[in-house]
Design a protein around this ligand. Structure first.
Ligand SMILES: *Cc1c(COP(=O)(O)O)cnc(C)c1O
Length: 365
């Protein structure tokens, strides 16, 4: 089976570096909030070309802490997309704020600005963009829209590690960006991890307080915070894996290019190509098909694993059915959920495997 992810096929040299990193932490005798975390935070901030990165427990907490650091909570509305990981919306609710769902554009599955405009109200405090599948697009228009509306621009970057729009990295356009280092993400650890990136010293300080029980100095609690710290072990592993990031990212782009060039089947549609290659890091390669479920089963029968991101839009999840949404509805998200299919696109794939995926898709009838 050609897998969606194949960690066991990772280079022996990388595994050795991870084992050495873990051994170093074990021998250091220091496991929470130490040098490994601050070293990784500096390295990640510099890769993202921002002033601060704050390591936290996971990507969902990064969003919650980011919202709370901005004092976005009770009574405040945050507009986002229903075509995302559940964590995006759950984090807004956990922060005490009210999610409002806008529709997506069919060609990219990213938020549609016209729909976002229809969702604005006097209580709107922010738009939380999700750079779905690895794509960053139209950031200039989003900045303009948010400035006109007088609201914050926030970014869920869990799928868009080091994707660029012009000279800025995903997460650097508004108040903050929230990253996840879940194992399958483009930069992932061997467990849970996350980070908030920001250029604001005040926000960075607030996030550091919130991740550690709201503690401003030892035993002094200025806020009711969380326990959501990136730990030394995962920070050390992330530092090792960061050294491989460019190599892995380039491979994802090569695979995506092969798919764009090679997939030719009238029953299968490709999503919009990025404006420039640096604007898409291909966390997922997604194809569209009206016979999606049949295609999915057919691919498994032909040795090609696949997944759906996402089969159920957030507003159809049981606890989310009454969330306020675009008065015109969320039809594009609903249609996308029935047509989208993610095919293998991970750095350990061989050319032979990539060709087999293309062949299988092209022979689907
Ligand atoms: C993975 C993901 C998250 C959540 O990250 P965790 O680290 O699993 O909490 C949030 N948003 C999106 C878009 C994701 O893909």
């Amino acid at each position: 089976m050609i897998l969606m992810n194949n960690f066991q096929a990772e280079p022996a040299e990388l595994i050795q570096q991870e084992v050495a990193a873990v051994e170093k932490v074990i021998k250091s005798g220091w496991y929470i909030l130490g040098n490994q975390v601050s070293n990784f935070e500096s390295a990640w901030a510099s890769h993202c070309r921002v002033n601060y990165a704050i390591g936290v427990g996971n990507g969902m907490d990064a969003i919650e802490i980011g919202l709370r650091a901005l004092k976005i909570g009770s009574g405040d509305e945050v507009i986002t997309t229903p075509m995302t990981a559940f964590a995006t919306v759950l984090a807004i609710i956990r922060a005490g704020a009210i999610p409002v769902l806008a529709d997506i554009e069919p060609a990219t599955a990213l938020l549609d600005p016209a729909s976002v405009e229809r969702c604005l109200s006097s209580r709107t405090r922010a738009v939380l963009l999700v750079h779905l599948y690895g794509q960053v697009r139209n950031m200039d228009s989003w900045i303009t829209l948010c400035n006109h509306a007088g609201i914050q621009l926030l970014e869920d970057c869990a799928q868009s590690h080091l994707a660029f729009w012009k000279n800025k990295v995903a997460g650097a356009f508004g108040a903050w960006g929230a990253y996840s280092f879940y194992p399958t993400k483009n930069l992932g650890t061997l467990g849970d991890g996350g980070a908030i990136i920001t250029n604001s010293e005040a926000l960075a300080n607030q996030a550091k307080i919130l991740r550690n029980y709201g503690q401003s100095q030892r035993y002094h609690h200025s806020e009711l915070g969380l326990n959501s710290r990136l730990d030394e072990m995962h920070a050390a592993i992330l530092t090792a894996r960061l050294g491989w990031f460019d190599f892995f990212s380039a491979r994802r782009k090569e695979i995506a290019k092969a798919y764009f060039d090679g997939i030719k089947n009238p029953l299968v549609h490709l999503m919009a190509e990025p404006v420039e290659s640096k604007c898409h890091v291909y966390h997922l390669f997604v194809i569209l098909c009206d016979k999606r479920d049949r295609l999915s089963n057919y691919l498994v029968e032909h040795g090609v694993d696949n997944l759906i991101h996402y089969p159920i839009p957030v507003h159809h999840q049981v606890p989310c059915r009454s969330i306020r949404r675009d008065p015109k509805g969320l039809i594009h998200a609903e249609v996308h959920a029935t047509r989208c299919l993610s095919i293998p696109c991970h750095p350990q794939m061989s050319d032979d495997e990539v060709n087999k995926v293309i062949e299988a898709i092209n022979e689907f009838k």
